[in-house]
Every structure is written in structure tokens, then in C-alpha cells.
Design a protein around this ligand. Structure first.
Ligand code: GDP
Length: 195
């Protein structure tokens, strides 16, 4: 998709604030620093529309981006901050769970993992959680420019094994630096959000 018009519709902290126009929606989740803002910015051809790494302790919001008045990208705050307090963590979990389990227009989730590392326990829990609720997932393995081409196949297998990957889902190796994988990500997004 050629994206020309993008705007931030709302930074929501509760369900009452979610957009109500029933456009299809895709959410982006992943550990902090995994490359989520870089992926979103690359998909919408912007340098810094989606915030770059948010600071721990900052208000955590679900950011709804209107894409061409056709669909929403929902940027979910990064999980896995070691330093966040238990209370903040619980509040965050409640917000995300409420969103993922009740949002009628949610067509799928793009879950990012770092291609260089083993998926973390948080990554594994998130993926299993999404599968429990039967939400279609695109796993995007980020920073693929940092691993050699010869490791692509093994990396894909390693991540799939760690996540106990469901074959109905798709995994794409991606690089925000080179644009590798970008078309496959858009293909999946368009497939999920078509009427
Ligand atoms: P977020 O916290 O998940 O939104 O992560 P960011 O998009 O802010 O990226 C975190 C860091 O990883 C930044 O320093 C980015 O420049 C870097 N990064 C993100 N994507 C890539 C990538 O595809 N390749 C490389 N080499 N670095 C990346």
C-alpha cells in the first residue's frame, strides 16, 4: 500500500477512548527497543511519526494511527521494562488485555521479536496469549540486517520453535535499515484488513 495520509487519532488509556468508526485494525506489540517504532515508520514512509523508544515511567498509551482513512495501526507500548514498578506493570497488563480481548475490529497482531536473540519469556507469553484468544499473528523478526544471510533459515526455525509457532501464522524477517521484509508485512496487513 502506498501510504500518503497518516494521523494520530488518539492516545488512549481506556476503552471508552478507542475510535468508534469500526475500521479494521492491527496492533503492534513487542519488547521495548525491539524496533517497533522503526517498523511502523518504515511501513508508513515517515521518519518519526511513531515515537521512538519510550522512556520507562512515561504514561503508557495505546496510540491509534489512522492509515489512509482505511484502517488503524495501534502502537501498543513496549513490554519488558525491568525497572517498571509492579503497580505500573499490572496497570499496563490490564490495559493491554482489555484491548486484545474485547476489541471487535482487531483483525490481527504484529508481534515483533529481535532476530538476533532467543525470544524472551515475555515474548513467549505474549504469543501464547494471542493464540489462546485465537488472534491471527504476524511474527516480525527485526534487525535482520544484523544477522548474516546464511542464518536466515536457522533463525526462522529457532524463533518458531521457541514460540511453539502455530503454522496458521506467518513469520517475516525484517530490517528497518534496508526495507527487507516490508512487502511481506504489507501483504499480511492487507490480507487481514480487507473487507
Ligand atoms: P522500539 O522501542 O521497539 O520502538 O524500538 P525503536 O524502533 O526505537 O528501535 C530501537 C533501536 O534499534 C534504535 O536504536 C533503532 O535505530 C534500532 N533499530 C530498529 N530497527 C532496526 C533494524 O532493522 N536494523 C538495525 N540495525 N537497527 C534497528
Amino acid at each position: 500500500m502506498q501510504v500518503n495520509h497518516v494521523s494520530l487519532t488518539i492516545s488512549a488509556v481506556q476503552a471508552a477512548q478507542y475510535p468508534t468508526d469500526e475500521r479494521p485494525e492491527v496492533a503492534f506489540v513487542g519488547r521495548s527497543n525491539v524496533g517497533k517504532s522503526s517498523l511502523i515508520n518504515r511501513l508508513i514512509n515517515r521518519k518519526s511519526m511513531a515515537r521512538t523508544s519510550s522512556v520507562p515511567g512515561k504514561t503508557q498509551t495505546l496510540n491509534f494511527y489512522d492509515i489512509e482513512s482505511l484502517l488503524y495501526f495501534v502502537d501498543v507500548p513496549g513490554y519488558g521494562y525491568a525497572k517498571v514498578s509492579k503497580t505500573a506493570r499490572a496497570k499496563f497488563a490490564t490495559m493491554i488485555e482489555e484491548y486484545l480481548t474485547t476489541r471487535q475490529t482487531l483483525r490481527g497482531v504484529v508481534q515483533l521479536v529481535d532476530s538476533r536473540h532467543e525470544p524472551s519469556d515475555d515474548d513467549i507469553s505474549m504469543y501464547q496469549y494471542l493464540k489462546y484468544y485465537k488472534i491471527p499473528v504476524l511474527v516480525v523478526a527485526t534487525k535482520a540486517d544484523k544477522i548474516g544471510k546464511s542464518k536466515y533459515a536457522a533463525t526462522t526455525r529457532r524463533i518458531q520453535k521457541a514460540l511453539d509457532f502455530n503454522q496458521v501464522d506467518t513469520l517475516v524477517l525484517f530490517s528497518a535499515e534496508t526495507g527487507m521484509g516490508q512487502e511481506s508485512v504489507w501483504q499480511w496487513l492487507e490480507q487481514q484488513t480487507k473487507e
